[in-house]
Design a protein around this ligand. Structure first.
Ligand code: B12
Ligand code: SF4
Length: 491
């Protein structure tokens, strides 16, 4: 079978998607031919280079010898549809396999509608898993995968190759001769039975990893799946319900598997920097981390990971430091404990967060905090509580997002949110303020998102100026740019 994967990423949103990389490895093991159409480096017409700081993100930005923009500066502009059609015509897929989150789902569908796949199209990823009804209703989609695809896709390819019926495969919804077959879900895959992710078909520039002024080679790696949390803004709760009879929702690999894969990725691709995409890396039991610490140290890699503050303790942080951890993303979400507990259902106190930050800071691991604004009931004063809390924690770089009530989340359900606008298009992340869930106005939230890091970095005497920078006017922009320049070069 010829299987062509489609990764409909936004331009320069680098990072090899682990979903496609694992599925590709599984299919290759079974003797199938695999190809890829990836829009990450498809430079759109009229594209103008972004600031380097925007590209690398505030958490990791420090000037580097060269930037991602330098790496793509000589790339031609690409007509995505034409290039996709050429790839299809040359590769001649028997199956087109698309992977999407909510944020890139619609652009994937738009593109699919403009090409002739000349074969069945299957789609998977978090969005089809959470919103299968709307996805399967699309005329360009023939099948979708609910949840894990390793076994389902392999079974589908075998059946298609043998000319057998494939309408009853677990995890798949299949359209066939006017009938829709909605099959149930299967037990979770054994994470230790999966092959090493296949990075070979991806553009090597996906591996560009600037960190603290140095450039490394590396990418995402995920050693566990699931999270026992039930935060109201996260899809995990809905996923856990969908897969409640499939096995233990939070699962992790044996250290043997993690070590074997990291070694292979280092040997094959020169990867020395990894970002563990595990939902919360320190959830693994201590004995796992102990073994990983012993066996990862000689590998001499650096990595970053995301953790929940209530999983941080001295012993675990010592171990990850030994493994090579240099950066941690920790979710504060809001400085107001009541909102954190009652609105976000994160039962974590400010004190626990302070303790976690202290431990991580004491071990010299760089922290970037994650914050949400625009939360239900949130006022301007609450946002300033979040800024003050970041200051108290000595956060140097804060990531701040306006809450987007993704489908499947409790906030989405409780507020009866339609995430499509009047034009029936999915409201993009950049317009999350229009959901208007907080006690603030839309412009006020947008202004606070824009200036959050300025408030965080600048002394209170300059805050009246920062407030002017919140405005969406040319005066606001001029002041914002000047303050931003000042913060990134001097403060
Ligand atoms: C790594 C990651 C990223 C990376 C993505 C890089 C990359 N190219 O992979 C980056 C940092 C860019 C990113 C950004 C964002 N992310 Co993110 N991210 C993740 C994370 C941590 C891991 C994804 C992953 O690789 N999982 C492991 C693989 C194996 O699982 P998988 O992709 O789901 O694939 C499996 C199945 O879905 C299925 N499958 C997948 N594709 C296909 C295709 C076919 C044909 C088939 C049959 C099956 C199949 O089989 C796979 C193997 O079992 C997930 C959380 C998570 N643990 O999944 C969040 C997650 C996907 N992200 C999320 C969010 C919210 C975001 C952001 C919006 C955050 C923000 N505020 O900016 C942005 C959006 C970016 C954008 N503009 O689109 C949400 C998605 C919500 C949604 N409804 O889409 C998640 C689920 C986190 C969460 N718990 O809420 N993210
Ligand atoms: S801890 Fe993180 S991954 Fe787990 S449910 Fe909460 S937001 Fe989702």
């Amino acid at each position: 079978m010829n299987v062509l994967f489609f990764h409909p990423a936004n331009y320069l949103e680098i990072g090899i998607p682990q979903g496609i990389a694992i599925l590709s490895a599984v299919l290759k093991e079974q003797g199938h031919r695999v190809g890829l159409f990836d829009t990450t480096f498809a430079k759109p017409k009229g594209y103008t280079a972004m600031q380097d700081a925007m590209m690398a993100g505030p958490a990791i930005y420090k000037k580097t010898e060269y930037t991602l923009e330098d790496l793509v500066s000589n790339d031609p502009n690409i007509d995505v549809v034409k290039k996709f059609q050429n790839t299809i015509d040359e590769f001649k897929p028997d199956l087109l396999a698309v992977s999407t989150m909510t944020t890139n789902y619609e652009s994937a569908i738009d593109t699919l509608k403009k090409v002739d796949a000349r074969c069945p199209v299957i789609i998977g990823g978090v969005h089809p898993t959470i919103s299968p009804d709307e996805v399967i209703a699309e005329s360009v989609i023939d099948m979708l995968c609910i949840g894990e695809g390793e076994e389902a896709l392999a079974e589908l390819c075998r059946a298609m190759e043998d000319g057998r019926d494939y309408t009853t495969i677990k995890n798949l919804w299949v359209k066939n001769n006017g009938t829709l077959y909605k099959n149930g879900v299967r037990p979770f895959v054994d994470l230790d039975a999966l092959p090493c992710p296949d990075w070979s078909m991806f553009d090597a520039r996906h591996l560009f990893r600037p960190f603290m002024g140095e450039i490394y080679t590396g990418g995402f790696y995920i050693s566990s799946r699931g999270c026992p949390g039930a935060c109201t803004y996260c899809v995990n709760l809905a996923l856990r319900n969908t897969f409640k009879n499939c096995g233990r929702y939070f699962r992790y690999q044996k250290p043997d598997t993690t070590i074997a894969h990291l070694t292979e990725l280092k040997q094959k691709y020169g990867a020395t920097w990894f970002k563990f995409g595990d939902d919360t890396f320190l959830l693994q039991p201590l004995r796992n981390l102990q073994e990983l610490a012993e066996r990862m140290e000689p590998l001499n890699i650096r990595f970053g990971c995301s953790v929940r503050p209530d999983t941080v303790n001295e012993q675990k942080v010592k171990l990850v430091k030994k493994m090579g951890c240099v950066a941690m993303s920790i979710g504060i979400e809001t400085g107001n404990e009541k909102i954190r507990r009652n609105v976000l259902n994160r039962q974590i106190s400010n004190e626990q967060i302070e303790r976690a930050f202290k431990i991580v800071n004491d071990h010299g691991i760089r922290i970037s905090s994650f914050n949400l604004i625009g939360l239900p009931t949130e006022t301007r004063e609450n946002v300033f509580e979040t800024i003050a809390f970041n200051q108290k924690l000595n956060v140097k770089s804060a990531n701040v997002y306006i809450l987007y009530p993704f489908p499947g989340t409790q906030i989405n359900r409780e507020n009866d949110i339609h995430y499509r606008g009047r034009d029936n298009r999915i409201i993009p992340m950049s317009k999350a303020s229009v959901f208007n869930l907080s006690a603030m106005g839309i412009e006020e939230i947008e202004g606070l998102e824009k200036t959050f890091n300025l408030y965080l970095s600048l002394p209170k005497q300059l805050w009246p100026l920062v407030q002017l920078a919140e405005e969406r006017t040319s005066r606001g922009d001029v002041i914002f740019n000047a303050l931003n320049e000042y913060v990134s070069t001097i403060v």
